[in-house]
Design a protein around this ligand. Structure first.
Ligand code: N01
Length: 536
C-alpha cells in the first residue's frame, strides 16, 4: 500500500472571529499543529465585516468578552456598556496580540471545498485560489450571520450610484453628507444604521417591508473607576451568565402575566423598558414566549411607547408590527430610532402598500414611483446559520454533500457534530444553543477541545455521531421548539429568507431548550466518554 503523505496540520479552523480565536487558543494548549484560515484580511469575524454606521452589540459589554483569561479581563477596558464595532474589533485584535495568534492564521483565503477522505481519515480543504490544506480535524467557526443577502429584485447591479450591503461597508467609511440615501431593511442592522446616519445625510428614505418591535438600548459610557469595579465583579457576572437560560445577566421572571394585576404588570414593563439591554424579553413574565394573549398585552404596551414617540400617528402605526409579537423575532435595541421619523429629512416608504418593483440606474422603483438616490444601503440581512455552510462545498463520506443533506433542514448531533462528516466540529452551528454568543462559544469550544484531546490521547482518528444519535438529537431539538410563538413567525430565527431560493419555509434552525438544558445534555455525553458515538 502506498503510504499517505503526512497531514499539514492536526486541526484546521475556518474563521478568525471569536469562535476561531478561542478554538486556536485551546488547540495550542493541547499542543496540536493548528491553522486558522480566514476569508477576511484581519481577525474579528462579525466585528471585522460589519462596519456600518452605528454597529454595536446589544449584549452588555461586560458579559460579552472572553472569560477564560484573567489577564485579558484585567487589562481590557470597555468604554461603553454596549460596545460599538470599532472597539470590539480592537478587542479582537488585542486578544490576538496578547496570545500572538496571527502566526497561526492565514488571511484573505476563502475556502471553497472541504472534503473528508475516509482512507486517510483526514480533511482536505481547497481555497478559491486553489491552495490546499490537510488536517485530521476540522473546526468550523463560520459565524451564524455571515452569508449576506441582497434583495431578490431585478436590477440590483444596475444602480449607478454607490450601494453597499451593511456587512460589506467600506473600511474607509462613506461620505453621506448632503446625499440622498435609501436604506432597505428595518431589522437590528437597519435600525442601528438609520438612527445613526439620519442626522448626517441630506435626505433619508427608509424602505420598510415589515416593521420590527424595538426598545431603547440605554447605552452609557464606562469610566475608569466603573471599569475597576466591574473587574472585581467579573467572577459574579460570569457566574450569573452560567445560571440563566440565555447566558445573559438577565434572568426570567418565574410568574405568568395573568398571575398579577394590570398595575403590577405595567409597573414591571415600565421598569424593563427603562432598563438597559434585553430585559423586556429575558426578564419578562415567563409566558410571553408561549401564550399569545400574554404576548399581545406586552406588545400593546410597546406599541403605545412607539405611538408616544412618533409625532405623525399614521407613521407611528406603520412602525408598529402587526404580524408578530414582541420577542418572537430577535428584538433590535435602539437609541432614538423612532424619533428619527419626526425629522423633516426622513421619509418612510411602507413596502406593504407599494412594493419594490426593481432597482434602476437612478434609484428604487416601487409600484408608486421611481425614488432617486445617491446611495443605497442594503440592510437586508443574512442567509442565517446554514448559509455559511452552503457557501462551502462540504463533502463527507461516500461523497455526501452537506448542502444536499441539509436541504430540508439541518441534522446534527448536539449542534456540534454531523453524521457522515467525521472529525468535523461546528462552533455556533445549527441546533446549538446560542443566547449570549461568546458565553456559548466558550462552552462549545471547551466541549470540542475535550473531545479532540480525548481522541488525540488515545490515537482515535475517526469521530462521528451515529444515525441513532442524530435522530435522538433531532427529536429533542424539535420537542424543545414546541409551543414557542417565535416558531410561528418568518424570520432568520426560523430559517426564512425570502431572497434565497429554498429558504421560504420555516424550519427548526436553532436549539431552543435553554442553555442550561443544552449544557447538561452535552456534559452527560462527555462524562460518558462519548460512549454512543462512533470512535475508531
Ligand atoms: O437582518 P434581518 P439584520 N425588500 O434579517 C428586510 C444580528 N445583529 O442584519 O422583515 C425589502 O433581521 C427585512 O424585511 P422583512 C441580530 O441577531 C446583531 O438586520 O423580511 N426589505 C428586514 O427588515 C439580528 O437579528 C447586532 O419583511 C427586505 C431586513 O431587511 C441579525 O443580526 C446588531 C428585503 C433584514 O432584517 C440580523 O439582523 C445588528 C427585500 N427584498 C444585527 N429583504 C448586535 O447587537 C430583506 N428585507 C450584535
Amino acid at each position: 500500500m502506498v503510504p499517505e503523505p503526512p497531514l499539514d496540520y492536526d486541526v484546521i479552523i475556518i474563521g478568525a472571529g471569536l469562535s476561531g480565536i478561542y478554538s486556536l487558543i485551546k488547540m495550542r494548549e493541547l499542543g496540536l499543529r493548528v491553522k486558522v484560515i480566514e476569508a477576511g484580511s484581519q481577525v474579528g469575524g462579525t466585528w471585522y465585516w460589519n462596519r456600518y454606521p452605528g454597529a454595536r452589540f446589544d449584549s452588555e459589554s461586560v458579559s460579552y468578552g472572553f472569560s477564560f483569561s484573567k489577564e485579558i479581563l484585567d487589562e481590557w477596558k470597555w468604554d461603553e456598556s454596549f460596545s460599538p464595532q470599532p472597539d470590539t474589533e480592537r478587542y479582537c485584535n488585542f486578544v490576538c496580540d496578547k496570545f500572538n495568534l496571527r502566526t497561526d492564521m492565514q488571511f484573505d483565503t476563502r475556502i471553497q471545498t472541504a472534503q473528508y477522505h475516509a482512507r486517510s481519515r483526514s480533511w482536505q480543504l481547497t481555497s478559491e485560489s486553489g491552495e490546499t490544506f490537510t488536517s485530521r480535524f476540522l473546526i468550523t467557526a463560520l459565524g451564524p450571520l455571515t452569508s449576506a443577502t441582497l434583495p431578490n429584485v431585478p436590477g440590483v447591479h444596475d444602480f449607478k450610484g454607490q450601494s453597499f450591503h451593511t456587512s460589506r461597508w467600506p473600511a474607509g467609511g462613506v461620505d453621506l453628507s448632503n446625499k440622498r440615501v435609501a436604506v432597505i431593511g428595518t431589522g437590528a442592522t437597519g435600525i442601528q444604521t438609520i438612527q445613526t446616519i439620519a442626522k448626517d445625510v441630506g435626505h433619508l428614505t427608509v424602505f420598510q417591508r415589515q416593521p420590527n418591535w424595538s426598545k431603547p438600548l440605554h447605552n452609557t459610557k464606562i469610566s475608569d473607576e466603573e471599569m475597576a469595579k466591574i473587574r472585581l465583579r467579573y467572577p459574579e457576572i460570569f457566574q450569573r451568565c452560567k445560571e440563566t437560560s440565555n447566558a445573559f445577566i438577565h434572568s426570567e421572571d418565574p410568574r405568568n402575566t395573568f398571575d398579577v394585576s394590570q398595575e403590577e404588570r405595567e409597573a414591571l414593563w415600565e421598569t424593563l423598558y427603562a432598563t438597559p439591554g434585553f430585559g423586556i424579553i429575558l426578564s419578562n413574565f415567563k409566558d410571553i414566549h408561549t401564550n399569545k394573549a400574554a404576548n399581545d398585552l406586552v406588545s400593546e404596551f410597546v406599541a403605545n411607547k412607539i405611538r408616544s414617540r412618533v409625532n405623525d400617528p399614521i407613521v407611528a402605526e406603520k412602525l408598529i408590527p402587526t404580524n408578530h409579537g414582541v420577542g418572537t423575532k430577535r428584538l433590535p435595541l435602539e437609541t432614538h430610532y423612532f424619533e428619527v421619523y419626526n425629522q423633516p429629512n426622513v421619509d418612510l416608504v411602507d413596502l406593504r402598500d407599494t412594493p419594490i418593483e426593481c432597482i434602476t440606474e437612478k434609484g428604487i422603483k416601487t409600484t408608486e414611483k421611481e425614488h432617486e438616490f445617491d446611495i443605497i444601503i442594503y440592510a437586508t440581512g443574512f442567509d442565517a446559520i446554514t448559509g455559511a455552510f452552503d457557501a462551502v462545498n462540504f463533502i463527507g463520506v461516500n461523497d455526501v454533500k452537506l448542502r444536499d443533506m441539509w436541504k430540508a433542514g439541518p441534522q446534527t448531533y448536539l449542534g456540534m457534530t454531523v453524521e457522515n462528516f467525521p472529525n468535523m466540529f461546528m462552533i455556533m452551528g445549527p441546533h446549538q444553543a446560542m443566547g449570549n454568543i461568546p458565553r456559548s462559544i466558550e462552552y462549545a469550544v471547551g466541549w470540542v477541545s475535550q473531545l479532540i484531546a480525548y481522541c488525540h490521547k488515545r490515537g482515535i482518528t475517526w469521530v462521528e455521531p451515529t444515525p441513532e444519535l442524530t435522530d435522538e438529537w433531532s427529536t429533542h431539538v424539535n420537542n424543545c421548539a414546541v409551543g414557542l410563538l417565535s416558531n410561528d413567525v418568518d424570520s432568520w430565527l426560523t430559517g426564512v429568507n425570502k431572497n434565497v431560493a429554498g429558504r421560504q419555509k420555516r424550519i427548526i434552525l436553532r436549539y431552543q431548550g435553554g442553555i442550561l438544558v443544552f449544557r447538561k445534555y452535552c456534559d452527560g455525553v462527555q462524562a460518558s466518554q462519548y460512549a454512543k458515538m462512533k470512535l475508531l
